[in-house]
Design a protein around this ligand. Structure first.
Ligand code: DAS
Length: 375
Protein backbone atom coordinates (compact mmCIF):
# COMPACT_ATOMS: atom_id res chain seq x y z
CA UNK A 1 0.00 0.00 0.00
CA UNK A 2 2.83 2.32 -0.90
CA UNK A 3 0.25 4.49 -2.72
CA UNK A 4 -1.77 5.15 0.42
CA UNK A 5 1.34 5.89 2.40
CA UNK A 6 2.04 8.72 -0.13
CA UNK A 7 -1.58 10.02 -0.50
CA UNK A 8 -3.42 8.72 2.59
CA UNK A 9 -6.31 11.20 2.22
CA UNK A 10 -7.25 10.02 -1.32
CA UNK A 11 -10.79 8.53 -1.68
CA UNK A 12 -9.23 5.24 -2.76
CA UNK A 13 -7.10 4.96 0.36
CA UNK A 14 -9.97 5.98 2.66
CA UNK A 15 -12.00 3.09 1.23
CA UNK A 16 -9.33 0.39 0.97
CA UNK A 17 -7.27 1.02 4.13
CA UNK A 18 -9.84 -0.27 6.72
CA UNK A 19 -10.27 -3.46 4.65
CA UNK A 20 -6.54 -4.05 4.49
CA UNK A 21 -6.09 -3.32 8.18
CA UNK A 22 -9.00 -5.65 9.04
CA UNK A 23 -7.77 -8.47 6.79
CA UNK A 24 -4.17 -7.98 7.79
CA UNK A 25 -4.91 -7.26 11.46
CA UNK A 26 -5.31 -10.87 12.38
CA UNK A 27 -1.97 -11.81 10.85
CA UNK A 28 0.07 -8.91 12.24
CA UNK A 29 1.22 -9.65 15.79
CA UNK A 30 0.56 -6.38 17.61
CA UNK A 31 1.92 -5.77 21.09
CA UNK A 32 -0.63 -5.32 23.92
CA UNK A 33 0.36 -1.62 23.81
CA UNK A 34 -0.92 -1.30 20.24
CA UNK A 35 -4.00 -3.57 20.62
CA UNK A 36 -7.48 -1.95 20.85
CA UNK A 37 -8.53 -1.67 24.51
CA UNK A 38 -10.77 -4.76 24.54
CA UNK A 39 -7.98 -7.04 23.34
CA UNK A 40 -5.38 -5.42 25.56
CA UNK A 41 -7.65 -5.97 28.55
CA UNK A 42 -8.07 -9.64 27.67
CA UNK A 43 -4.37 -10.11 27.09
CA UNK A 44 -3.46 -8.63 30.52
CA UNK A 45 -6.54 -9.73 32.55
CA UNK A 46 -5.43 -11.47 35.79
CA UNK A 47 -6.02 -15.23 35.77
CA UNK A 48 -8.90 -16.50 37.84
CA UNK A 49 -7.77 -17.75 41.28
CA UNK A 50 -7.72 -21.51 41.90
CA UNK A 51 -9.82 -22.40 44.95
CA UNK A 52 -10.19 -25.86 46.46
CA UNK A 53 -13.35 -26.67 48.44
CA UNK A 54 -12.84 -29.25 51.21
CA UNK A 55 -16.24 -30.61 52.25
CA UNK A 56 -16.78 -32.01 55.73
CA UNK A 57 -20.59 -32.21 56.00
CA UNK A 58 -22.96 -30.14 58.15
CA UNK A 59 -26.20 -28.40 57.30
CA UNK A 60 -24.71 -26.80 54.19
CA UNK A 61 -24.70 -30.39 52.92
CA UNK A 62 -27.98 -31.14 54.63
CA UNK A 63 -31.33 -32.16 53.19
CA UNK A 64 -34.80 -31.89 54.66
CA UNK A 65 -38.00 -33.73 53.76
CA UNK A 66 -39.87 -30.57 52.87
CA UNK A 67 -39.10 -27.02 51.75
CA UNK A 68 -40.78 -25.79 54.89
CA UNK A 69 -38.19 -27.71 57.01
CA UNK A 70 -35.68 -25.01 57.87
CA UNK A 71 -34.63 -26.65 61.15
CA UNK A 72 -35.76 -30.27 60.75
CA UNK A 73 -33.40 -32.07 58.35
CA UNK A 74 -30.46 -34.45 58.16
CA UNK A 75 -27.01 -32.85 58.04
CA UNK A 76 -24.12 -34.21 55.95
CA UNK A 77 -26.00 -35.78 53.03
CA UNK A 78 -25.05 -33.81 49.86
CA UNK A 79 -21.60 -34.60 48.36
CA UNK A 80 -19.14 -31.84 47.41
CA UNK A 81 -19.57 -32.15 43.63
CA UNK A 82 -23.32 -31.56 44.06
CA UNK A 83 -22.66 -28.57 46.35
CA UNK A 84 -20.49 -27.06 43.62
CA UNK A 85 -22.91 -27.95 40.78
CA UNK A 86 -25.77 -26.27 42.69
CA UNK A 87 -23.98 -22.87 42.49
CA UNK A 88 -22.76 -22.38 38.88
CA UNK A 89 -21.80 -18.78 39.73
CA UNK A 90 -18.84 -20.15 41.71
CA UNK A 91 -16.89 -20.29 38.44
CA UNK A 92 -17.50 -16.58 37.79
CA UNK A 93 -14.81 -15.59 40.27
CA UNK A 94 -12.59 -18.67 40.55
CA UNK A 95 -11.57 -22.03 39.14
CA UNK A 96 -13.10 -24.37 41.71
CA UNK A 97 -12.59 -28.04 42.50
CA UNK A 98 -13.79 -30.09 45.47
CA UNK A 99 -12.59 -32.84 47.82
CA UNK A 100 -14.81 -34.77 50.22
CA UNK A 101 -12.71 -34.94 53.42
CA UNK A 102 -15.51 -36.05 55.77
CA UNK A 103 -19.32 -36.26 55.63
CA UNK A 104 -20.31 -35.61 59.25
CA UNK A 105 -22.34 -33.27 61.41
CA UNK A 106 -19.74 -31.05 63.04
CA UNK A 107 -20.75 -31.85 66.64
CA UNK A 108 -19.10 -35.19 65.85
CA UNK A 109 -15.68 -33.73 64.97
CA UNK A 110 -12.80 -35.31 66.89
CA UNK A 111 -9.34 -33.85 67.52
CA UNK A 112 -7.92 -36.47 65.14
CA UNK A 113 -10.20 -35.18 62.38
CA UNK A 114 -9.22 -31.57 63.16
CA UNK A 115 -5.55 -32.51 62.73
CA UNK A 116 -6.24 -34.46 59.51
CA UNK A 117 -8.19 -31.53 58.02
CA UNK A 118 -5.50 -28.98 58.97
CA UNK A 119 -2.77 -31.14 57.42
CA UNK A 120 -4.76 -31.33 54.15
CA UNK A 121 -5.29 -27.54 54.14
CA UNK A 122 -1.58 -26.98 54.79
CA UNK A 123 -0.51 -29.34 52.02
CA UNK A 124 -2.85 -27.74 49.49
CA UNK A 125 -1.72 -24.19 50.31
CA UNK A 126 1.90 -25.19 49.74
CA UNK A 127 0.96 -25.87 46.11
CA UNK A 128 1.63 -22.94 43.72
CA UNK A 129 -1.55 -23.77 41.77
CA UNK A 130 -3.80 -23.30 44.85
CA UNK A 131 -4.65 -19.70 45.79
CA UNK A 132 -7.15 -20.34 48.56
CA UNK A 133 -9.13 -23.01 50.36
CA UNK A 134 -12.78 -23.13 51.42
CA UNK A 135 -13.96 -25.62 54.05
CA UNK A 136 -17.68 -26.41 54.09
CA UNK A 137 -18.53 -27.37 57.66
CA UNK A 138 -21.34 -27.83 60.15
CA UNK A 139 -22.06 -24.70 62.15
CA UNK A 140 -21.99 -26.32 65.61
CA UNK A 141 -18.19 -26.51 65.93
CA UNK A 142 -17.28 -24.33 62.96
CA UNK A 143 -15.73 -21.75 65.30
CA UNK A 144 -13.35 -24.29 66.83
CA UNK A 145 -12.16 -25.54 63.44
CA UNK A 146 -11.69 -21.99 62.13
CA UNK A 147 -9.65 -21.00 65.20
CA UNK A 148 -7.56 -24.20 65.06
CA UNK A 149 -6.65 -23.57 61.40
CA UNK A 150 -5.85 -19.94 62.29
CA UNK A 151 -3.35 -21.17 64.90
CA UNK A 152 -1.57 -23.99 63.05
CA UNK A 153 -1.66 -23.53 59.24
CA UNK A 154 1.51 -21.62 58.26
CA UNK A 155 0.16 -19.85 55.19
CA UNK A 156 -1.13 -16.34 54.50
CA UNK A 157 -3.29 -17.57 51.62
CA UNK A 158 -7.02 -17.21 52.37
CA UNK A 159 -8.67 -20.03 54.32
CA UNK A 160 -12.44 -19.63 54.59
CA UNK A 161 -14.73 -21.82 56.68
CA UNK A 162 -18.40 -21.74 55.69
CA UNK A 163 -21.63 -23.35 56.79
CA UNK A 164 -25.32 -22.68 56.62
CA UNK A 165 -28.16 -22.49 59.08
CA UNK A 166 -30.75 -23.94 56.70
CA UNK A 167 -30.47 -27.03 54.48
CA UNK A 168 -30.32 -26.52 50.70
CA UNK A 169 -33.85 -27.97 50.43
CA UNK A 170 -35.41 -25.23 52.59
CA UNK A 171 -37.16 -22.05 51.42
CA UNK A 172 -34.64 -19.13 51.66
CA UNK A 173 -31.76 -21.54 52.18
CA UNK A 174 -28.56 -19.60 53.01
CA UNK A 175 -25.94 -22.15 51.95
CA UNK A 176 -25.58 -21.24 48.28
CA UNK A 177 -24.82 -17.55 48.87
CA UNK A 178 -22.60 -18.36 51.87
CA UNK A 179 -20.60 -20.75 49.64
CA UNK A 180 -20.38 -18.21 46.79
CA UNK A 181 -19.16 -15.60 49.29
CA UNK A 182 -16.62 -18.04 50.71
CA UNK A 183 -15.15 -18.75 47.27
CA UNK A 184 -15.04 -15.00 46.55
CA UNK A 185 -13.09 -14.35 49.75
CA UNK A 186 -10.82 -17.38 49.23
CA UNK A 187 -9.88 -16.04 45.79
CA UNK A 188 -9.47 -12.40 46.81
CA UNK A 189 -6.06 -10.74 47.25
CA UNK A 190 -7.56 -8.56 50.00
CA UNK A 191 -8.07 -11.67 52.17
CA UNK A 192 -4.37 -12.61 52.06
CA UNK A 193 -2.83 -12.36 55.53
CA UNK A 194 -6.17 -11.62 57.24
CA UNK A 195 -6.25 -14.93 59.12
CA UNK A 196 -8.83 -17.68 58.76
CA UNK A 197 -12.22 -16.18 57.98
CA UNK A 198 -15.83 -17.33 58.20
CA UNK A 199 -18.36 -16.07 55.62
CA UNK A 200 -21.92 -16.31 56.89
CA UNK A 201 -24.86 -14.03 56.11
CA UNK A 202 -22.81 -11.58 53.94
CA UNK A 203 -20.36 -10.95 56.78
CA UNK A 204 -16.63 -11.77 56.84
CA UNK A 205 -15.86 -12.84 60.40
CA UNK A 206 -12.49 -13.63 61.93
CA UNK A 207 -12.17 -17.36 62.67
CA UNK A 208 -10.46 -16.37 65.93
CA UNK A 209 -13.27 -14.10 67.15
CA UNK A 210 -16.46 -15.57 65.70
CA UNK A 211 -18.90 -17.69 67.70
CA UNK A 212 -22.31 -19.22 67.03
CA UNK A 213 -24.52 -16.96 69.15
CA UNK A 214 -28.00 -18.11 67.98
CA UNK A 215 -28.87 -21.71 67.17
CA UNK A 216 -31.49 -21.25 64.41
CA UNK A 217 -31.36 -18.02 62.33
CA UNK A 218 -29.03 -17.29 59.32
CA UNK A 219 -27.49 -14.39 61.30
CA UNK A 220 -26.30 -16.89 63.91
CA UNK A 221 -22.61 -15.95 63.93
CA UNK A 222 -21.25 -13.02 65.86
CA UNK A 223 -17.88 -11.55 66.91
CA UNK A 224 -17.88 -9.36 70.02
CA UNK A 225 -15.07 -7.29 68.46
CA UNK A 226 -17.04 -6.99 65.21
CA UNK A 227 -16.71 -8.61 61.78
CA UNK A 228 -13.61 -8.02 59.63
CA UNK A 229 -15.81 -6.86 56.74
CA UNK A 230 -18.48 -7.87 54.23
CA UNK A 231 -18.68 -9.68 50.93
CA UNK A 232 -21.30 -8.34 48.53
CA UNK A 233 -22.00 -9.37 44.93
CA UNK A 234 -18.62 -10.98 44.37
CA UNK A 235 -16.53 -8.29 46.05
CA UNK A 236 -14.83 -8.28 49.47
CA UNK A 237 -14.81 -5.20 51.72
CA UNK A 238 -12.46 -5.34 54.70
CA UNK A 239 -12.72 -2.71 57.46
CA UNK A 240 -10.40 -4.11 60.11
CA UNK A 241 -7.66 -6.68 60.65
CA UNK A 242 -7.08 -9.23 63.41
CA UNK A 243 -4.86 -7.93 66.24
CA UNK A 244 -3.79 -11.39 67.36
CA UNK A 245 -1.02 -13.72 66.06
CA UNK A 246 -2.18 -16.15 63.42
CA UNK A 247 -1.02 -18.38 60.52
CA UNK A 248 2.46 -17.25 59.45
CA UNK A 249 2.90 -15.16 62.63
CA UNK A 250 1.95 -18.14 64.81
CA UNK A 251 4.60 -20.18 66.65
CA UNK A 252 2.55 -23.34 66.02
CA UNK A 253 2.75 -25.48 62.88
CA UNK A 254 0.44 -28.37 61.93
CA UNK A 255 3.40 -30.04 60.19
CA UNK A 256 4.86 -30.55 63.70
CA UNK A 257 1.59 -31.72 65.32
CA UNK A 258 0.29 -35.29 64.98
CA UNK A 259 -2.17 -35.31 67.88
CA UNK A 260 -3.64 -32.95 70.47
CA UNK A 261 -3.44 -33.37 74.27
CA UNK A 262 -6.84 -33.93 75.90
CA UNK A 263 -8.46 -30.80 77.36
CA UNK A 264 -11.77 -30.83 79.25
CA UNK A 265 -14.36 -28.13 79.94
CA UNK A 266 -16.53 -27.82 83.06
CA UNK A 267 -19.52 -25.48 82.79
CA UNK A 268 -20.05 -23.23 85.81
CA UNK A 269 -23.34 -22.95 87.67
CA UNK A 270 -24.67 -22.96 91.25
CA UNK A 271 -24.20 -26.11 93.37
CA UNK A 272 -21.45 -27.67 91.25
CA UNK A 273 -20.11 -31.24 91.57
CA UNK A 274 -16.41 -31.39 92.56
CA UNK A 275 -16.09 -35.02 91.41
CA UNK A 276 -16.52 -33.94 87.77
CA UNK A 277 -13.00 -32.47 87.83
CA UNK A 278 -11.51 -35.73 89.15
CA UNK A 279 -13.27 -37.63 86.39
CA UNK A 280 -11.79 -35.36 83.70
CA UNK A 281 -8.28 -35.79 85.14
CA UNK A 282 -8.71 -39.56 85.36
CA UNK A 283 -9.88 -39.54 81.73
CA UNK A 284 -6.53 -37.99 80.79
CA UNK A 285 -7.26 -34.26 80.64
CA UNK A 286 -3.97 -32.30 80.70
CA UNK A 287 -5.91 -29.07 81.26
CA UNK A 288 -9.42 -28.16 82.37
CA UNK A 289 -11.14 -25.03 81.11
CA UNK A 290 -13.41 -23.80 83.87
CA UNK A 291 -16.33 -21.95 82.20
CA UNK A 292 -17.03 -20.01 85.36
CA UNK A 293 -19.88 -17.69 86.15
CA UNK A 294 -19.35 -13.94 85.77
CA UNK A 295 -15.70 -12.99 85.41
CA UNK A 296 -14.63 -16.64 85.50
CA UNK A 297 -15.63 -17.01 89.16
CA UNK A 298 -14.92 -20.23 91.09
CA UNK A 299 -17.27 -21.15 93.98
CA UNK A 300 -15.55 -21.16 97.39
CA UNK A 301 -16.29 -24.91 97.84
CA UNK A 302 -14.38 -25.67 94.57
CA UNK A 303 -11.20 -23.65 95.12
CA UNK A 304 -9.47 -26.47 97.00
CA UNK A 305 -10.45 -28.99 94.31
CA UNK A 306 -8.92 -26.82 91.54
CA UNK A 307 -5.80 -26.19 93.66
CA UNK A 308 -5.52 -29.96 94.23
CA UNK A 309 -5.75 -30.90 90.51
CA UNK A 310 -3.26 -28.10 89.69
CA UNK A 311 -0.83 -29.48 92.28
CA UNK A 312 -1.06 -32.88 90.54
CA UNK A 313 -0.04 -31.33 87.19
CA UNK A 314 -3.33 -30.56 85.45
CA UNK A 315 -3.56 -27.00 84.14
CA UNK A 316 -6.53 -24.87 85.26
CA UNK A 317 -7.73 -22.27 82.75
CA UNK A 318 -10.34 -19.80 83.90
CA UNK A 319 -12.80 -18.85 81.17
CA UNK A 320 -16.36 -17.60 81.55
CA UNK A 321 -19.82 -18.83 80.58
CA UNK A 322 -20.67 -15.15 79.89
CA UNK A 323 -20.40 -14.66 76.08
CA UNK A 324 -18.81 -11.17 75.99
CA UNK A 325 -16.05 -9.32 77.83
CA UNK A 326 -12.87 -11.04 79.01
CA UNK A 327 -11.60 -12.72 82.17
CA UNK A 328 -9.29 -10.50 84.21
CA UNK A 329 -6.24 -12.14 85.79
CA UNK A 330 -6.02 -11.87 89.62
CA UNK A 331 -9.42 -10.11 89.81
CA UNK A 332 -12.03 -12.60 91.09
CA UNK A 333 -9.35 -15.17 91.93
CA UNK A 334 -5.64 -14.95 92.97
CA UNK A 335 -4.40 -16.64 89.77
CA UNK A 336 -0.72 -15.94 90.53
CA UNK A 337 -1.07 -17.60 93.94
CA UNK A 338 -2.94 -20.67 92.60
CA UNK A 339 -0.82 -20.90 89.40
CA UNK A 340 -3.93 -20.74 87.21
CA UNK A 341 -4.19 -19.33 83.66
CA UNK A 342 -6.94 -16.98 82.41
CA UNK A 343 -8.49 -17.42 78.94
CA UNK A 344 -8.71 -13.65 78.29
CA UNK A 345 -11.61 -13.05 75.81
CA UNK A 346 -11.73 -16.61 74.47
CA UNK A 347 -14.95 -18.50 75.16
CA UNK A 348 -14.56 -21.94 76.78
CA UNK A 349 -14.61 -23.92 73.51
CA UNK A 350 -11.94 -21.69 71.95
CA UNK A 351 -9.88 -21.69 75.14
CA UNK A 352 -9.94 -25.50 74.91
CA UNK A 353 -8.54 -25.35 71.32
CA UNK A 354 -5.78 -22.91 72.25
CA UNK A 355 -4.86 -24.85 75.40
CA UNK A 356 -4.57 -28.09 73.40
CA UNK A 357 -2.40 -26.44 70.75
CA UNK A 358 -0.23 -24.69 73.37
CA UNK A 359 0.26 -27.96 75.26
CA UNK A 360 1.89 -29.47 72.16
CA UNK A 361 4.79 -27.09 72.97
CA UNK A 362 4.75 -26.28 76.71
CA UNK A 363 3.00 -26.88 80.04
CA UNK A 364 4.69 -23.95 81.75
CA UNK A 365 1.90 -21.71 83.11
CA UNK A 366 3.80 -18.47 82.44
CA UNK A 367 4.25 -19.55 78.80
CA UNK A 368 0.61 -20.66 78.67
CA UNK A 369 -0.53 -17.25 79.91
CA UNK A 370 1.67 -15.46 77.34
CA UNK A 371 0.08 -17.60 74.64
CA UNK A 372 -3.42 -16.68 75.85
CA UNK A 373 -2.53 -12.98 75.69
CA UNK A 374 -1.02 -13.21 72.19
CA UNK A 375 -3.44 -15.50 70.24
N1 DAS B 1 -25.51 -30.36 63.40
C1 DAS B 1 -25.05 -29.14 62.79
C2 DAS B 1 -23.59 -29.31 62.40
O1 DAS B 1 -23.29 -30.18 61.59
C3 DAS B 1 -25.80 -28.76 61.59
C4 DAS B 1 -25.28 -27.45 61.08
O2 DAS B 1 -25.73 -26.43 61.58
O3 DAS B 1 -24.38 -27.41 60.24
O4 DAS B 1 -22.80 -28.51 62.87
Amino acid sequence: MQVCRLRPRSRFCAAILPVVLTLGFGAVPLSAREMPDADAATATAPRKPNVVILATGGTIAGAGADAANSATYTAAKVPVDKLIAAVPQLSDNANVRGEQVFQIASESFTDAQLVQLAKRVSALLKQDDVDGVVITHGTDTLEETAFFLDLVVKSDKPIVVVGSMRPSTAISADGALNLLDAVTVAGSKEAVGKGVTVTMNDMIQSGRDVTKRTNIVPSAFFSQWGPLGMVVEGKTYFFRTLAKRHNTSSEFDIDQIDSLPLVGIVYGSGNMIPGVYDAEVQAGAKAIVNAGTGNGSVPNYLVDKLKEIRSKGTLVIRSSRVPDGFVLRNAEQPDDKYDWVVAHDLNPQKAKILAAVALTKTSDTKELQRIFWEY
